[in-house]
Design a protein around this ligand. Structure first.
Ligand code: MG
Length: 266
């Protein structure tokens, strides 16, 4: 009997010792993270409060108003300054006219650009094509919205106006046709909302290409498209390093009207 008691005591001691060693080993092992709902929540930095406009399309509280229907004070001519000009001379004033709360292209006067420079941005801009008359294709209501003075979102009459699809309204000119023709009717205002991620460059050239999402009349027609470079009429796109640059609007010889232009830096 005594032997049995001694044997059992030895067994219990061994088990306890083994359990203790196992616990120590477990403590030394790296533990998996102890997840709880709060583990994946953060509280700072708190995003700023931005008040929406009074109706869809109206500028929110933090937008830079580029055109409110009254004047062209935020714009200037995009014609190059002659090389023999005095140093530091500003470009000429924007040569377009104001009519009924809209800025209207004066054909042949040249494009215009913002005085302010932009990078990543959200842009709202509305346009109206002039009467179709006898013009067709690229000659009917052609203009363009050039992000950073370089990358064109095409402005064109899209009302029964066939042309090459990578040059129709809503195209990233000669790079990407829109996924839909969301243009309504000639004579009606068309609404662009454009979300722009600027290309990034370093000393050796391109690091990250530009990306764009475009909605026309609330319909997404370019979904996070990655640009191959600039948008030339002839030849292939390529990148030339740049920083922040003006937004510009094209004079392509037709009296397209623009209104309610605002932008948010992103
Ligand atoms: Mg154009």
């Amino acid at each position: 009997m005594k032997k049995v008691i001694v044997f059992l005591t030895l067994c219990v001691s061994s088990i306890c010792l083994f359990a203790q060693q196992t616990t120590q080993q477990q403590v030394q092992q790296p533990r998996p993270p102890q997840w709880n709902p709060a583990s994946t929540e953060w509280y700072t930095p708190v995003p700023p409060t931005v008040k929406p406009g009074s109706s869809m399309g109206q500028p929110p509280s933090d937008a830079i108003i580029l055109f409110d229907g009254k004047d062209l004070s935020k714009w200037e001519s995009s014609r190059p300054i002659p090389a023999d000009s005095e140093r530091g001379r500003r470009p000429d004033p924007a040569p377009w006219k104001i009519e009924n709360g809209a800025m209207v292209i004066v054909p042949g006067s040249g494009g215009i650009q913002t005085k302010e420079y932009f990078g990543d941005c959200q842009l709202h801009i509305e346009f109206k094509s002039p009467p179709a008359e006898n013009y067709n294709g690229q000659n009917r209501g052609n203009s363009g919205i050039f992000l950073q003075n370089t990358y064109e979102v095409q402005v064109l009459d899209g009302d029964n106006n066939p042309t090459y699809v990578n040059g129709m309204v809503g195209s990233i000119y000669k790079q990407s046709a829109p996924s839909a023709n969301a243009y309504t009717k000639n004579g009606e205002w068309q609404v662009y909302d454009i979300y722009w991620k600027a290309p990034k460059f370093d000393r050796n050239g391109l690091v990250e290409p530009a990306q764009i999402t475009v909605a026309l009349n609330g319909i997404v027609i370019q979904n996070h498209f990655t640009l191959k470079g600039d948008t030339p009429y002839t030849g292939l796109p390529s990148y030339t390093p740049h920083g922040r640059l003006p937004l510009s609007l094209q004079d392509h010889g037709t009296a397209v009207a623009f209104r309610n232009i605002w932008i948010r830096n992103l």
